[in-house]
Design a protein around this ligand. Structure first.
Ligand code: SAM
Length: 245
């Protein structure tokens, strides 16, 4: 274990993101299911399938913005409970929910929970076989800095995988998706989490995130090679992959 570090946050955007996730932590998993109609489960399964982690006890992965642990649990399960992972998040409330869930699932020996900032990882160089981040990177103020940190902590030969909302590329679907995200999501946020504003903010942050091709170019700029992406559900989400070679 690396212990817990003190995280300041810094920028106004980061402060806002932190406030949102402190408020929603307890209801985060339920909200994820409601907002995505359960689709986030299939998308995370697709990310872990693309990663296809080996069933080796030496396999080390880092799940950044890992929140309540969902992706990390899936990776450990995919290795038949052999891999060891670090779940890193800037938000202690999200991590607390994750750590509790890990113990309930008897995955406490496989996972460390570390409070830290994706832009300044409190972790050693060349350490991990894989770096994953799901629905986290669009919340980070300086994406280029976070990608440079991902590159630093990966071993040569290590894999970067990012799951994020993306640009819908189907004419009819984009209309349905607009109605869902601008009307339904804030309403669900208001009813279930009593927090319309936070969910309006989340929808806006999805819309501001770069397209699949632009984000792939940013990943290449950080030094990653063989950068590629796959669209999920008509581009509502996408998985980007890169290698530190
Ligand atoms: N990966 C999880 C999942 O897919 O269910 C959680 C995703 S949640 C939408 C976004 C997470 O990013 C929150 O837990 C938030 O605290 C975290 N986060 C935001 N800014 C961060 C930063 N700069 N560094 C690390 N984590 C951050």
């Amino acid at each position: 274990a690396y212990g817990f570090s003190t995280v300041g946050g810094g920028s106004e955007k980061q402060e806002r993101v932190n406030a949102v996730f402190h408020r929603v932590a307890e209801r985060y998993d339920l909200m994820n299911d409601l907002m995505s109609g359960g689709l986030h489960r299939a998308w995370k399964a697709a990310m872990v399938a693309w990663l296809s982690p080996p069933h080796r006890p030496e396999y080390r992965f880092l799940d950044v913005a890992g929140g309540t642990g969902d992706v990390a649990f899936r990776i450990v399960e995919a290795t038949r409970r052999r891999a060891k992972g670090t779940v890193l998040d800037i938000n202690a409330s999200m991590l607390a929910v994750g750590a509790e869930r890990a113990i309930k699932r008897r995955l406490g020996d496989n996972l460390d929970f570390v409070e830290g900032n994706a832009e300044d990882l409190p972790l050693p160089d060349n350490h991990f076989d894989a770096y994953t981040i799901a629905f986290g990177i669009r919340n980070v103020p300086r994406i280029g800095v976070a990608l440079a940190e991902a590159y630093r902590v990966l071993k040569p030969g290590g894999r970067f995988l990012c799951l994020e909302f993306s640009e819908v590329d189907m004419p009819l679907l984009d209309k349905v998706y607009d109605a869902w995200s601008f009307r339904a999501i804030p309403r669900i946020g208001e009813m279930v989490a009593r927090d319309r504003e936070s969910y309006e903010y989340l929808v806006e942050s999805i819309r501001r995130f770069p397209s699949q091709a632009n984000f792939a170019a940013t990943i290449r700029e950080a030094g990653f090679e063989r950068v590629d992406y796959r669209n999920l559900s008509g581009g509502i989400a996408a998985i980007h992959s890169g290698w530190k070679l």
